[in-house]
Design a protein around this ligand. Structure first.
Ligand code: PLP
Length: 381
């Protein structure tokens, strides 16, 4: 039986083999493993792609978020960490790293509910919380599954209340909001090069984008032990640089990002066409700006999620549940976070969502096999 993975990184490597192998060979030749030339080249290339003034490479998407928050605290408060009374509004329906980074910066995460259609934070809920509570310092929107949050609304609210905005762009490299690239709109954008991301490396890696010179300087210090001179430091820093080798690989793969995002959109278009009209299956909503979505995941929802997932597995089709638990139900956030209201939409999403295979090099035949199998399931259920 045909086995269809969520993603086939080996296939992608073979497609880009010459570019990637050449990039690795160049590193082997120059041997400049820490902050070698590829790091700056990657930072400059991505800054220019995003239309951001600066990009700063780092170890992971998690570090990109933590460093962004720490730099904001130093800039705004002149303190190494936020205090517990400082609140950062985010979503409960995301990967744990989003909320963990807020805890690590010393602040308290405030979870607001999501919009059930886009799966992203409900901007009315953000405003609702701010209007009746004080001490909010920032907003951390996540462009989940590659779908842009409503950045007009988020930036308006942030502007009116003097809040910083850190975009979690881990799942949305190359995505857009109107005429801007995601990650270039807020005070900082935090990207992940985890291997399965739209732009993924061969290990961990990340990037922060910003237009703010002082934040850029703080970030560069924090990720190199906390100082301009690593033998005489100013801040409580980290060793969180991106490796030269990782930067070289990501740089080689970066040349394919627009092509690959286009391939994702093509697969998503076929899924949506072939699966339309099934009553117990809700398809992703692309909003009025379909060009903004880069389909890191193509995520459907159904009350028969478990049964459908088992059926697809029997037919050789892999699927994943992103995410089975909302952050506010995790032990780590217990007593360390605030829930704004019941977060019912986030909880229901964790019970109903199912992400389908999204390998950019997946053939049309494979996509059709997946949708035929889903249609067969719903004919009997
Ligand atoms: C939404 C989101 N935020 C943050 C991260 C953290 O990125 P990383 O795994 O590179 O630390 C991820 C990815 O795993 C993610 O999906």
């Amino acid at each position: 039986m045909k086995q269809i993975p969520m993603l086939d990184l080996k296939l992608e490597y073979e497609y880009m083999k010459t570019a990637v192998d050449d990039a690795i060979k160049k590193c082997l030749d120059h041997q400049r493993w820490i902050l070698g030339p590829e790091v700056k080249e990657l930072e400059d290339s991505i800054a220019s792609y995003l239309g951001s003034k600066h990009c700063i490479g780092c170890c992971s998407g998690t570090d990109a978020l933590t460093l962004s928050l720490r730099a904001s605290s130093i800039k705004l408060r002149n303190e190494e960490y936020f205090s517990k009374t400082d609140k950062v509004i985010t979503t409960s329906f995301t990967f744990t790293a989003t909320g963990d980074a807020i805890l690590r910066s010393g602040a308290t995460p405030v979870f607001v509910d999501i919009d059930p259609v886009s799966f992203n934070m409900d901007t009315n809920q953000i405003e609702d919380y701010i209007n009746s509570n004080k001490d909010v310092v920032g907003i951390l929107p996540v462009h989940l599954y590659g779908q842009a949050c409503n950045m007009d609304e988020i930036m308006r609210i942030a502007g009116e209340h003097n809040l910083f905005v850190i975009e979690d762009v881990a799942q949305a490299f190359g995505g857009g909001w109107k005429n801007s690239k995601l990650g270039s709109i807020g005070d900082t954008g935090a990207f992940s090069f985890f291997p399965s991301k739209n732009l993924g490396g061969f290990g961990d890696g990340g990037m922060i984008s910003t237009n703010d010179d002082s934040i850029m300087e703080l970030l560069r210090m924090l990720l190199r032990h906390g100082g301009k001179d690593k033998y005489n430091v100013d801040h409580i820093g980290y060793n969180a640089r991106i490796d030269t080798l990782q930067a070289a690989i990501v740089l080689a793969k970066f040349k394919y990002i627009d092509e690959f995002n286009e391939r994702r959109r093509h697969i998503a278009g076929t899924y949506s066409k072939n699966l339309s009209g099934i009553s117990n299956l809700t398809l992703p909503h692309t909003g009025s700006l379909p060009e903004g979505h880069v389909y890191h995941q193509y995520t459907v929802r159904t009350s028969l999620r478990q049964k459908l997932q088992t059926y697809l597995k029997e037919k050789g089709v892999s699927t994943m549940v992103y995410y089975p638990f909302p952050l506010h139900k995790m032990k780590v956030f217990d007593g360390r976070s605030i829930n704004h209201g019941q977060l019912t939409n986030a909880e229901t999403a964790t019970e109903e969502v199912l992400s389908l295979p999204m390998e950019p090099l997946q053939s049309d035949d494979t996509t059709k096999y997946i949708t035929d199998t889903i249609c067969n399931f719903f004919e009997d259920n």
